[in-house]
Design a protein around this ligand. Structure first.
Ligand code: 2AM
Length: 163
């Protein structure tokens, strides 16, 4: 199973970001992320069995916080347009680091790339000229999810409340 841990936006935020993604894709080409697939990844496991991932995630402690969506940009190296905060909220950084530590203790070998909080909104994009202005979004982070990716769909397997 292809697994990852992520935070999911409330429905209104997902809708606003999906609308924005379609607008941006008019400029850049590529594929806008569908509303139900919009998320922010905390840790990517790849092919793994869920049991140990769930055991690790149950030990994670964190603080509820809000995710500001303040900037949108293009990454040339992978051709994605993403949105995210100007700087990762400290509570989110601690949450991602704590989760990665608990997964490490469960013997997962994760990439040692630094955590970069981003929400992928267009894939296979060309470098855009000017991106549309971002909508105002409320995204409270009160839980994270273990998600399985299967035939292009995301299925939540388990939810983990934060504090
Ligand atoms: P992306 O949006 O930047 O592509 C499901 O595929 C989620 O896991 C996506 O958020 C994706 O990030 C992330 N993901 C996919 N492959 C990854 C990898 N090798 N390392 C880190 N994150 C990855």
């Amino acid at each position: 199973m292809r697994l990852f841990f992520a935070v999911w936006p409330p429905p209104a935020a997902a809708r606003a970001l999906a609308d924005w993604a379609r607008q941006a894709a008019l400029e850049s080409g590529g594929r806008a992320t569908a509303e139900e697939k919009i998320h922010l990844t905390l840790a990517f496991l790849g092919e793994a069995e869920p049991e140990k991932a769930i055991a690790g995630a149950r030990r994670v402690r964190g603080l509820a916080h809000s995710l500001p969506v303040q900037q949108a940009a293009y990454w040339k190296h992978n051709g994605i347009i993403w949105a995210g905060p100007h700087a990762t909220p400290p509570e989110m950084l601690k949450l991602a680091e704590n989760l990665q530590m608990q997964l490490y203790l469960q013997e997962f070998i994760l990439e040692r790339r630094a955590f970069a909080a981003h929400i992928t909104l267009v894939r296979k994009a060309r470098e855009p000229g000017q991106l549309p202005g971002l909508p105002r979004i409320e995204w409270p982070v009160e839980e994270f999810l273990l998600v399985r990716s299967i035939s292009g769909r995301y299925e939540p397997l388990e939810r983990f409340p934060i504090a």
